[in-house]
Design a binder for this molecule. Structure first.
Ligand code: BMA
Length: 927
């Protein structure tokens, strides 16, 4: 592209960058080859790419996700890989300077240009710009680019062996050795839900940028910060203040004098110009130009998360001038919102409302507290270059369909690409974003910290314009898990480890975040008890609360993992806190998903391929795993304790039934917790969020995910979708005391009213006499983001002949306002309760009938002879989508009409014919 010409209309489209007097050559348009000492030939390569992907494309290796290829392909991670370009033609010799710009190199790379050494890199998460002007001047012919990637596992092992490298006790650093020495996706060395490929390559785009003259610049990155005037990150924004737009452009080149900067704001779609202003205070440094405007007396439409209002978006165009000449132009699509993580002490007025003392820990959007519903996002693929817009759109559509408004973008992981934030901006999905550190201690030597600082500044600035950005947090579980572990393992060394934690996540990262955004809060670790004090002039600007807790007070967010399935439904063990940011249990994917990755002979529960792909409880050593019989055993026990034991004569059908049964247990465990946390919104803990672990899969394996690798929903995603509806009704059964309570919980911003219907039936679907002594209809009113008890009893006081042959159908219907809407909306939700666990129930064959109307494209399901529990519609391989309802209870006489939302269809067949239905009854063969 050559931007000498006049500005075109296209520049006003989203996220465009232009400067004058520059020539940008996209290196994805150049031919590349891949070579390595590990193979004695070269193969064609792409950019962006990674070695595994190019080897796959060239037919050198099989699908890395197939069978045990994760282990068979270790040789790729252990080798060096060299990307070599064809001579780059079309460069402009008369131009003054030339730069090699890499948006991302994964990770330990040595770059040469025209045979000359340029630089070595060691951070996957940074953007690099190298001045190659002098090399280009002496280069004979068109230059060749070489990028030599060293093996990441070998490199970190060498770093670890260097006597100057820090050593930590193996008790708490044992997972995937030495990953803490690299600034590379930590889960590339394997994780308990993912494979260990440790890919290498130019994973993001690259270009050669040439500048014509002194005074021409090229924009590398743009930090657009929109906040309420006077805002300070850790204090609540004042919604009466005008908006401020601060625009800061990082550039290469040389800025001469008389620099000015204008900012133009216009509505997307309407094109309405909100304002065009010149900044009155422009600051220029050798690498950035910054200006600010204030939107006095202007009220842009606010951006809201999904379910809480509209996602109004604006284009903000920043133009830089030297004198009267425009020299750079950037358009970013953005939105106006404040998002604040409130960790302040509970106030007198909150105490008066019945909120327990301590501190808050919840999010506020545009000054309003709300209930955060969602999950944790892990890397969507082991190989980022093959993650498409379509894949992310499909996944985020499932998030919105799942009634979720927030995802925690887990470290570690990679910082998400801009296009992914864009998709979240459009859909109203808040992204709690984290720096890439997880479950280990990290070095704090100067060189490491300097590298981290550059990574932090670049990424904070890069994504700051996205209204979906909700929070910056330091590493995963460092404060809640690593510090207690280190203290237990090495009490005398603990002060040193604590100081290392504070050095990295508080003294280094916190000021870097605050210097580059005024709109986003920061928490040093994912799960914490919050802070005691913030003092930005102190060397340690945030003092964490750690163990300074008081009984009866609540302070922070919680995580909960309990693999003892004996107690999965014991509420008294669930953590009581202000916000649940992680909780979960693993399950198997469906048969259709296993078939994508396994040979037919491996399709049984305890085949080595299935077990070796279960990484729960990893052993030491780069990506080597115990045969995870422990993880398999936990899932098995979860099924056996609560459900009829799956049993089918056909071995593949048996495998499928077992996979499904593990999903039933998982879904029920999550539902039980989500209901408990949501009910907490009306309890003294004032609980205001639940994000379960984990949204989706990185590959085909047994994991905590609710959505399988290709997008197929597990039982859990349907169940969480149901239980994340704005108004729900939930039974709470204490199976030790037999107490039963029924609550209505709402996360609407106004109170809502309605009725709850309670109907006791036998499992054949007959009414139980006198409704077992339970009232059939009860009115309720539930307050804003609150809960109300509608019924309580003791099961022993009810009259039914046999608790194993009884089900209580609970349905709520009511009316209320959706947030930011004037209209009254009707709500309905249905739940059920059985006074025995499913395996003890006297279930009968419900004789379910399924039909499909080709005209209306609607499936109809009906149970003819009994109550159908966990009614499950299943669709064949070859397409991806979801039923509008699934995993539901059906009573005789009730017909459900259900559509299937097709998200992707590779099948030419009439797939509707292959849709099946089953229920708990079908889990096992009966006489
Ligand atoms: C937490 C997460 C992940 C992990 C998950 C399941 O520890 O933060 O690190 O994958 O639980 O074990």
């Amino acid at each position: 592209m050559h931007f000498r010409d006049s500005l075109t209309e296209a520049v006003l489209a989203a996220n465009l960058v232009a400067s004058w007097g520059q020539h940008v050559q996209d290196l994805s348009g150049v031919n590349w080859t891949l070579s390595s000492p590990a193979i004695n030939f070269t193969v064609p390569a792409s950019l962006p790419s990674q070695a595994h992907l190019d080897l796959l494309q060239a037919g050198v290796i099989e699908d890395p996700y197939h069978g045990l290829n994760e282990i068979n392909l270790r040789w790729i991670a252990d080798a060096n890989w060299i990307y070599t370009s064809d001579p780059v033609t079309g460069l402009l010799n008369e131009y003054e300077s030339a730069w090699l710009v890499f948006e991302g190199l994964d990770t330990f790379a040595t770059v040469t240009f025209c045979g000359h050494y340029v630089a070595s890199t060691n951070n996957q998460f940074r953007q690099y710009a190298f001045d190659v002007s002098s090399i280009l001047r002496v280069c004979i012919g068109d230059p060749v680019i070489n990028i030599d990637f060293a093996s990441a596992p070998q490199t970190v092992n060498a770093i670890a062996e260097d006597p100057s490298s820090e050593e930590w006790p193996v008790e708490f650093q044992s997972q995937f050795p030495n990953r803490w020495f690299m600034r590379k996706e930590q889960s590339d060395f394997g994780w308990d839900w993912g494979p260990a490929f440790a890919p290498a390559g130019p994973w993001k785009p690259a270009s050669i940028v040439q500048l014509e003259n002194s005074g021409d610049i090229h924009v590398l990155n743009t930090d657009l910060d929109i906040y309420r005037q006077g805002n300070i990150n850790y204090l609540p924004p004042d919604q009466d203040q005008p908006w401020v737009i601060n625009a800061s452009i990082d550039y290469i080149g040389l800025l001469l004098s008389h620099i000015s900067l204008s900012i133009d704001v216009r509505g997307i779609g309407s094109g309405e110009v909100l304002t065009t202003q010149f900044s009155s205070d422009v600051t220029v440094t050798g690498t950035s130009v910054t200006g600010t405007i204030v939107l006095h007396e202007l009220s842009p439409k606010l951006w809201w998360p999904s379910g809480l209002g509209d996602q109004n978006l604006y284009n903000v165009t920043i133009t830089v001038y030297a004198g009267i000449d425009q020299i750079a132009h950037v358009t970013k699509r953005t939105g106006f919102r404040t998002i604040f993580l409130n960790q302040r002490n509970i106030t007198e007025s909150q105490l008066a409302q019945g909120i327990a003392p301590g501190a808050n820990w919840h999010f506020e959007i545009n000054g309003r507290e709300f209930y955060a519903k969602g999950s944790n996002l892990i890397p969507v693929d082991a190989f980022w270059p093959r993650v498409t817009n379509e894949k992310m759109s499909r996944l985020f559509d499932a998030v919105v369909a799942g009634n979720q408004n927030m995802l925690r973008v887990w470290s570690s992981g990679a910082y998400l690409h801009d296009f992914i934030y864009d998709l979240a901006d459009e859909r109203g999905i808040l992204l709690w974003s984290e720096f890439q550190f997880s479950d280990a201690l990290y070095p704090v030597d100067e060189e490491f910290l300097e590298n981290v600082a550059k990574e932090v500044v670049y990424n904070v600035r890069r994504v700051n314009h996205h209204p979906s950005l909700a929070l910056w947090a330091g590493g995963n579980e460092i404060e809640s898990l690593m510090l207690p572990l280190t203290e237990a393992a090495d009490p005398s060394g603990f002060p040193k480890y604590l100081a290392e934690y504070e050095r990295l996540y508080i003294s280094l990262i916190l000021p870097l975040v605050y210097q580059n955004t005024r709109s986003i809060s920061y928490s040093p670790s994912s799960t914490t008890e919050g802070y005691l004090d913030v003092n930005l002039s102190a060397p340690l600007p945030m003092t964490e609360r750690y163990k300074n807790l008081e009984p009866g007070s609540y302070f922070g967010d919680t995580d909960y993992y309990n693999y003892n399935t004996n107690v999965s439904f014991d509420y008294s063990l669930y953590p009581v806190g202000r916000f649940a940011n992680e909780f979960g249990f693993h399950s198997m994917p469906s048969l259709q998903t296993w078939q994508q990755a396994l040979d037919p002979e491996d399709l049984h529960f305890n085949s080595s391929a299935v077990m070796l792909r279960n990484h729960h409880y990893p052993s030491a050593g780069f990506g080597s795993y115990h045969n995870s019989s422990l993880g398999m055993g936990e899932m098995t026990l979860g099924v056996e304790r609560y459900y009829p034991i799956p049993e089918k004569p056909d071995s593949v059908a048996n495998f499928s039934a077992w996979c499904h049964a593990t999903q039933l247990f998982q879904a029920e465990f999550y539902k039980s917790q989500i209901q408990f946390y949501r009910r907490g919104s009306g309890m003294p803990e004032r609980q205001l969020g639940s994000l379960y672990w984990q949204l989706e899969d990185i590959w085909q394996a047994s994991t905590w995910a609710g959505i399988e690798y290709d997008g197929r929903w597990k039982v859990m995603h349907y169940v969480s979708r149901d239980i994340y509806q704005p108004i729900i009704v939930s039974p709470f059964w204490n199976y030790t005391t037999s107490d039963l309570e029924v609550y209505v919980t709402s996360d609407l911003w106004d109170s809502a009213k309605g009725t709850v219907n309670l109907t006791w039936l036998t499992l054949s679907g007959h009414p139980i006499a006198d409704n077992a002594g339970t009232p059939t209809t009860l009115p309720f009113t539930v307050g804003a983001i609150n809960t109300t008890i509608v019924y309580n009893t003791n099961i022993r006081d009810l009259n039914f002949p046999d608790p194993r042959d009884a089900i209580l159908i609970i349905s709520v219907s009511g009316q209320g306002h959706l947030p930011n809407s004037e209209d009254i909306t009707s709500f309905a939700h249905e739940n059920y309760f059985t006074p025995a666990f499913p395996k003890d129930l006297a279930i009968v064959d419900p004789q379910i009938e399924l039909s499909y109307d080709t005209q209306t494209k609607v499936f109809t399901v009906e149970a003819k002879a009994g109550v159908s529990l966990y009614t499950w519609l299943d669709y064949p391989a070859g397409l991806v989508g979801y039923f509008e309802q699934n995993a539901f209870t059906l009573v005789p006489g009730q017909k459900k009409h259900i559509r299937f939302v097709v998200q992707e269809n590779h099948s030419n067949s009439e797939w509707q014919r292959d849709v099946t239905v089953r229920s708990l009854w079908d889990q096992t063969v009966r006489d």
